[in-house]
Design a binder for this molecule. Structure first.
Ligand code: PMP
Length: 466
């Protein structure tokens, strides 16, 4: 049984399912249509739940791709938007308006060190575009490094920075982007978390304890190699990383990796950028920002998704020194920092504090990860369970020894099954074989219990089909 919920969605009076599907096929991007064999037709949302047009309720474990941070239609955030919409929707940032100043002040109070200057954008891609521009102008160097398996945006320019091949197309991308090996404890060439599970692959075998992965040093050496061999005059403009690679399937950097990586980059005059688009705002439970979990302070932080709880906004935060090189006039963004977005963003920050969201992520996330981890011994196909707080990945494989990804049609059947039982889960990773669990951060343990029963049943159904 799904946990009880008092909220009653209104009746749907719009297009019926078949009409919606026809329009989707004809008039909208059909590519995204393949997520489910029979897509869900969502009508309304409230906190961690969604309802389809037939009034059927779902637990939303994907939060509109890690974006609905504090809950669908959160009343406090909704009220802030409504009040602002009665006063002022838009004015150019050439003028002062109270909301952007209020927001910048509040956001900066959440960041450490000298991270004090805020640029509000409309998306994560725009934020990363600007961060790279800033780093290049500030250092006077062109070359940038990201980690393999990363996702930093979909503009043609950023497709060069994004290393995940799924999101790169046969089209010219930005120049000067290099990729260093990401420390992937499960699939990387050098040992890690579960290497002892795989004696059949001696190359991956090592005896390091979880959290003490000595292999991280090999990945740091890899980064040093990229810097040494590929950077003209050994100089680098920027190094960018996510503390947990989101789209890449919740691949978590080993403790201490970023500290050493930042040292290497800074030794060559480069700036360090932390992409907090998915990892920020308390989602990791242990820390408000992903970079804090690695014990580092970046020079530039980029964010989007959860900061607006679904309202489109993004931001770059940097130091006054770096901002100074950008000058007064260079960056202009028509919609970025509009009063409604800022009012929403401000309310989201308040809600995260008032509802102790970060602590909830730690508590519910640990509970969820432990429950999922128990599936590893129950099912051959559950290869890896990883993540922190409510940013969780489960990698499905053919078998634990080969670690070959579960074939796409089998993956699709499992997703279809969980959806039919009322649980919406994300998908990701290079092979599309990772369950991505990143719900609104108001998820409860009762929701976890129901979701676990559904995931277990879907895996049992899969075993029976074999
Ligand atoms: N960085 C990361 C880590 C992301 O996950 C995403 C979006 N998936 C982006 C940047 C780009 O954000 P947007 O889609 O808002 O442009």
């Amino acid at each position: 049984e799904m946990p009880p919920c008092d909220f009653k969605p209104s009746a749907h009076k719009g297009l019926d399912y078949d009409a919606a599907i026809n329009i989707r096929k004809k008039n909208l991007n059909p590519a995204l249509f393949t997520f489910y064999r029979k897509p869900v037709y969502i009508h309304q949302g409230h906190m961690q739940y969604l309802w389809d047009t037939n009034g059927r309720r779902y637990i939303d474990l994907f939060a509109g791709i890690v974006t609905v941070s504090v809950g669908h239609c959160h009343p406090t955030v909704g009220r802030a938007a409504e009040e602002q919409m009665k006063k002022l929707w838009h004015t150019t940032n050439i003028y002062l308006h109270p909301k952007i100043h209020e927001y910048a002040d509040k956001l900066v109070s959440k960041l450490p060190g000298n991270l004090k200057v805020v640029y509000v954008t409309n998306s994560g891609s725009e934020a990363n575009d600007l961060a790279i521009l800033m780093a290049r102008l500030h250092t006077g160097v062109f070359e940038c490094v990201s980690l393999r398996n990363c996702y930093h945006g979909a503009s043609p320019y950023l497709m060069g920075l994004t290393a995940l091949s799924t999101w790169r197309y046969n089209s010219p991308t930005g120049f000067g982007f290099h990729h260093s090996m990401n420390p992937d404890p499960y699939r990387g060439p050098w040992g890690g978390k579960h290497c002892r599970d795989s004696p059949a692959q001696p190359g991956r075998h090592c005896d390091c304890a979880e959290g003490e992965c000595h292999a991280k040093d090999m990945y740091v050496d890899q980064l040093e190699d990229v810097l040494r061999y590929s950077m003209p005059k050994g100089k680098v403009a920027a190094f960018i990383a996510e503390a947990i690679q989101g789209v890449g399937g919740a691949v978590q950097l080993p403790d201490g990796f970023l500290k050493k990586a930042y040292e290497k980059v800074r030794a060559r005059g480069g700036l360090c950028i932390s992409d907090e688009v998915q990892t920020g705002f308390g989602r990791l439970g242990s820390h408000y920002w992903g970079f804090e979990s690695q014990g580092v302070v970046p020079d530039i932080v980029t964010m989007a998704k959860g900061m607006g709880n679904g309202y489109p906004m993004g931001a770059v935060v940097t130091t006054p020194e770096i901002a100074a090189t950008l000058g007064n006039a260079l960056h202009f963004n028509t919609f970025g920092g509009n009063p409604v977005a800022c009012a929403v963003g401000s309310a989201v920050l308040d809600v995260i504090d008032e509802e102790k969201t970060q602590a909830l992520c730690a508590d519910v996330g640990t509970y969820f990860i432990q429950a999922l981890d128990s599936l590893r011994s129950e099912f051959e196909v559950v290869g890896d369970v990883r993540g922190k707080g409510l940013m969780i990945g489960v990698e499905l494989v053919k078998d634990k020894v080969s670690r070959d990804p579960l074939p796409a049609d089998e993956v699709a059947s499992i997703w279809e099954d969980t959806k039919e039982m009322g649980v919406l889960i994300g998908k990701g990773g290079l092979f599309g074989n990772c369950l991505r669990i990143k719900p609104p951060m108001c998820l409860t343990k009762a929701d976890v219990d129901y979701s676990m029963a559904v995931i277990r049943k879907a895996l049992q159904n899969h075993s029976q089909r074999l």
